[in-house]
Design a protein around this ligand. Structure first.
Ligand SMILES: [Zn+2]
Length: 253
């Protein structure tokens, strides 16, 4: 991985101001700006946070999601699958995974939605590009988050491609951000352009992640928390989440 110099850190932190203009709930200044406006003037944005499996949006973006909810924006957590196991017909964990996702969404004040693919068997082909495009079009999002495309889980990579294709077909009319999950284990070679201070929302993120009780939260939340502390050090906060904006100069580096 390319080492991050102090100059890099400063330039990344400097992007916070840019991010406010493209709808990330980043610094305190973002909340302050909205709070100063009259209720009628507050721009209510539609935010869709996509994830391969129940739990991915919560682990990668839970603090950011809580920031959006607190600012009064509508947030949808769109899961590619329901966490089902088709290889073991005698045991289907999907009902448990869906119930956990609904509980997590309640904690984050978001709405769950499911794209109907199968865990471990994500498909990227013309028919599924069409289906996912229509699903996203129906949500009319202003902002969309998805997995960084270089990821050790095939479902995450598939979702990233489906979202990117929809973004192109929709004329890039929503802001698109890539997020990381368990950096180094799933997401790899990720280089952020933006940071969200989640110090004030981390406790709700933790609760939402622990709502996925069947998914070993003690192990995986500890790992994700390390990532949040690392991003916090980079951006000057106690804990932060990082993302990269599609079309930014860092993409492809
Ligand atoms: Zn996943």
């Amino acid at each position: 991985m390319k080492p991050i110099s102090r100059r890099d850190m400063l330039s990344q932190a400097g992007l916070l101001g840019t991010a406010v203009a493209v709808a990330l709930p980043l610094a305190q200044t973002a909340a302050d700006q909205v709070a100063k406006q009259s209720p009628a003037a507050k721009p209510k944005r539609r935010v869709v946070v996509t994830g391969g499996h129940p739990g991915d949006p919560e682990y990668g973006c839970g603090g950011t999601i809580a920031c959006y909810s607190d600012l009064g924006h509508e947030v949808v957590l769109l899961y590619l699958n329901r966490g089902e196991w088709t290889d073991k017909p005698s045991y289907d964990p999907a009902p448990v995974r869906v119930a956990e996702a609904k509980k997590a969404c309640e904690i984050l004040k978001a709405r769950p939605a499911f794209a109907g693919q199968i865990d471990g068997k994500a498909i990227v082909d013309p028919a599924h590009y069409d289906a996912f495009h229509h699903l996203l079009e129906a949500e009319q999002p202003d902002v969309v988050f998805t997995h960084w495309p270089i990821d050790n889980h095939a479902d995450h990579r598939a979702l990233s491609l489906l979202v990117y294709e929809a973004w192109l077909r929709m004329g890039k009319r929503f802001a698109l951000y890539y997020y990381e999950v368990s950096n180094g284990e799933d997401t790899v070679q990720f280089s952020p352009t933006h940071f969200v201070n989640i110090t004030g929302t981390e406790s709700r993120k933790r609760s939402a992640c622990y709502a996925h009780a069947s998914q070993a939260p003690d192990k995986f939340y500890a790992l994700q928390e390390l990532v949040a502390r690392m991003r916090g050090i980079e951006s000057g906060h106690k804990q932060a989440e990082a993302c990269q904006q599609a079309g930014s100069a860092r993409l492809g580096q």
